[in-house]
Ligand binder design. Structure first.
Ligand code: PLP
Length: 453
């Protein structure tokens, strides 16, 4: 027993071994000491249980991996071969070059974030993007916060705390990640009044629920599922006529929200922000990093008086956005202003990619892989991000055949950069629609190693 303990190396010995292994990319010594200690501790416990002492080399392997994992960034770029364009787990919208440039320019130095250059006096951080957003949507006023969840919360707490919000039973939904409309309402201090049935809600149902306590009529875009068949949703314009007649504001949570129409791309219509403004919604909330294709943000547009109330609520400060977000958002919106969104914004470029172009790309990549295990197959891409559920775009994918596609998928997930695909039967598929052009070279190199291995 004691001799087994004695076989374990001293911490210093192991640290020296680690230093040799790391050579070029040197690691801080305390990190190596910690990793060495931990692996020796684990080994000592194993010996206590009566197991064989691992060799010094084995201990060095364990400590090396641990130190390497800690010492390199954990949040890293990945190659998205899933074909889901707005993948929340993979960071939603990739940003345009213009957005990145703007974020870098503002982030690496000082900026006029809250400084009025004309007056030489204090300015407001929200003015930068809001005029542009109003111009693009036709809304009177706008406010930018951290994300759409914050936008909804700020709106409810400001306008409906202690009062009632009328919502269709079919729209009291969970968005994902535990974000449930009924819970958010409760948290904000508002009372949810559900009207209609799961599948059919008429404007008369809302009308019957109005009381002196009613603060808002709320419509929620049921972004991640679709009801089919015997279904009726009250159109927004009918809700706003009702709201106007009773001086009750209508809040429209669009979820993804889009400034461009989806129909020209062969997709079902996704309500645009402009349409909601025209239909008379008093406040509209949507995300910056879904179909808009920008950084994470919550965009609120609508009536000036209501926006002013939101801006003045103490919570507004707690959900305000960072300067780099504002810079990226402004650059993203400028692409819409200049009619360049389908060319410059990656989300829209991917939506717009034509199937024959995707087929050519797939064929080229498969040829570069040069393996009998890699073939071209038809595939379908999805929009994701809680927009257009069930809608797909015809696409093409690289298919890798393998005895164990799950093992191959695991190996590719752990490569650098990680490559994420999807398993269909005995094949691992990579939809080229979501693989960025500048990632092709890395993709080929990594997959080639995996296929040959
Ligand atoms: C995605 C979504 C949200 C939450 O938006 P975040 O920007 O992720 O906070 C809220 N409502 C709807 C309908 C959504 O689709």
């Amino acid at each position: 027993m004691t001799s087994a303990y004695r076989k374990l190396p001293a911490v210093d010995t192991l640290v020296q071994l680690l230093e040799q292994r790391f050579q070029e990319d040197s690691m801080p010594r305390h990190l190596l000491v910690n990793a060495a200690r931990q692996s020796i501790d684990t080994a000592r416990k194993a010996v206590t249980r009566g197991e064989e002492a691992p060799s010094t080399e084995e201990l060095a392997d364990v400590a090396f991996n641990q130190a390497r994992v800690l010492g390199r960034p954990s949040l890293r770029p990945v190659i998205n071969g899933t074909g889901v364009i707005i993948q929340t787990n993979l960071g939603r919208a990739p940003l345009s070059h213009a957005a990145i440039q703007a974020m870098e320019a503002v982030g690496t130095g000082y900026s006029n974030l809250e400084y009025d250059l004309e007056m030489g006096a204090r300015g407001s951080r929200t003015t930068h993007v809001t005029a542009l957003l109003c111009h693009l949507t036709g809304a009177e006023a706008a406010l930018i916060v951290n994300n759409n969840a914050a936008a909804i919360y700020l709106t409810l707490i400001t306008l409906a705390a202690g009062r009632e919000v009328v919502v269709s039973r079919g729209q009291a939904v969970e968005i994902g990640g535990g974000f449930r409309i009924p819970d958010v309402l409760r948290q904000s201090g508002a009372t949810l009044v559900e009207v209609g049935t799961t599948n059919r809600t008429y404007v008369r149902d809302y009308a019957a629920a109005l009381s002196l306590q009613t603060a808002l009529l709320m419509r929620i875009h049921t972004s991640n599922f679709r009801l089919m068949g015997f279904v009726h949703e009250t159109p927004l314009h009918e809700l706003s006529i009702l709201g106007q007649a009773h001086a009750i504001p209508v809040l429209d949570d669009l979820g993804s929200g889009t400034l461009l129409s989806t129909q020209p791309y062969g997709l079902a219509p996704e309500p645009t922000v402009q349409e909601s403004v025209q239909a008379g919604a008093d406040l509209i909330t949507f995300s910056g990093d879904k179909l808009l294709g920008g950084p994470q943000a919550g965009l609120i547009v609508g009536q000036q008086t209501l926006i002013t109330q939101l801006r003045q609520h103490p919570l507004a400060r707690a959900v305000r956005v960072d300067k780099t977000t504002l810079a990226g958002l402004e650059a993203t919106l400028l692409a819409y202003l200049n009619n360049r969104a389908p060319d410059d914004i990656p989300v829209w470029r991917m939506i717009a990619a034509a199937p024959d172009q995707l087929q050519k790309r797939t064929e080229r990549l498969v040829a570069l892989l040069g393996s009998e295990h890699a073939t071209v197959v038809e595939s379908t891409s999805a929009i994701g991000g809680g927009s257009l559920p069930g809608e797909t775009l015809p696409s093409f994918a690289i298919a890798l055949t393998s005895q164990r596609p799950d093992k191959m998928a695991h190996r590719l997930r752990l490569s650098n950069p990680p490559v994420i695909g999807r398993i269909v039967e005995d094949r691992l598929l990579f939809d080229v629609r979501t693989i960025l052009n500048e990632q092709e070279e890395a993709f080929i190199e990594i997959v080639r190693q995996a296929v040959l291995a």
